[in-house]
Design a protein around this ligand. Structure first.
Ligand code: MF3
Ligand code: CO
Length: 239
């Protein structure tokens, strides 16, 4: 899991370096997948439920599951969520960041900062003896106190040999509720945050999930190991 997490994080770092004005999301997807394959890994999203890309690239109002496209060219001022899963030796790392293309508006900047902060508030609760509801409560409180909305329809998850395992890890909840966290568990914590509403729409491509009112949305994710002590973030580019 440590090795798979590192590879997923290195691939995400590479996506961020290449996410500049003028590049298409198809090209970003190709660069990331080529890298993962060159390291002996593989991109399990390809074909998952019929998903056509190797990874998900979601721009501006798009929250998650954006399909890589030669027609989708990044522009200055855009935000792009790169959701990258890498499989290595039978284990999965799953991570996401929303990157800025050049300088972005103040409203996008605040949304990104809050969503990333919510991720770290959630991670801080990922400790032995806590419950999954403690994570969701921390994420939700952070997001809502900034005036934004957590999307409830899509949630974080256990991750291991499969991309999606138990337990479910919602971005909302009540302290002290839900499954107990036990050392050795690996979970993907992934706040998905909308600017103006918790509702979402799905585009005609049947995949792309967008903010319900067409406003901005953001997504940050790490794969985290529950330990006897502090949570260990597995999706860091190097340990
Ligand atoms: N990476 C996503 C997650 O965080 C799932 C990708 S959906 C897929 O859970 F269809 F692209 F695989
Ligand atoms: Co995930």
């Amino acid at each position: 899991m440590i090795k798979a997490g590192e590879l997923a994080a290195q691939a995400l770092e590479l996506a961020g370096k290449n996410a500049v004005a003028g590049i298409s999301t198809w090209e970003l997807d190709r660069i990331v997948n080529d890298y993962v394959v060159s390291k002996g890994g593989h991109s399990p999203c390809k074909g998952y439920g019929g998903f056509p890309g190797h990874n998900c690239f979601s721009v501006n109002a798009e929250l998650i599951h954006g399909i890589p496209s030669k027609k989708k060219i990044l522009k200055e001022g855009d935000i792009i969520s790169c959701d990258i899963v890498a499989e290595l030796d039978g284990y999965m790392g799953d991570n996401t960041r929303t990157f800025r293309i050049g300088a972005v508006s103040e409203e996008k900047e605040l949304l990104l900062r809050t969503t990333e902060e919510a991720l770290y508030k959630g991670i801080a609760q990922a400790v032995k003896g806590n419950r999954v509801g403690d994570i969701g409560y921390a994420v939700q409180t952070c997001v809502e106190s900034a005036g934004y909305h957590v999307v409830k329809k899509y949630i974080g998850h256990g991750v291991g040999r499969e991309m999606h395992e138990d337990p479910e890890v919602p971005n909302f909840g009540k302290p002290g509720r839900g499954p107990r966290l036990i050392p050795g568990m690996t979970i993907a914590i992934e706040p998905m945050v909308n600017q103006s509403t918790e509702s979402v729409n799905i585009l005609e491509d049947k995949w792309t999930v967008v903010e319900g009112n067409g406003k901005m949305s953001a997504h940050f994710e790490h794969t985290v190991l529950i330990t006897e002590g502090e949570p260990m973030i597995l999706t860091l580019p190097r340990h």
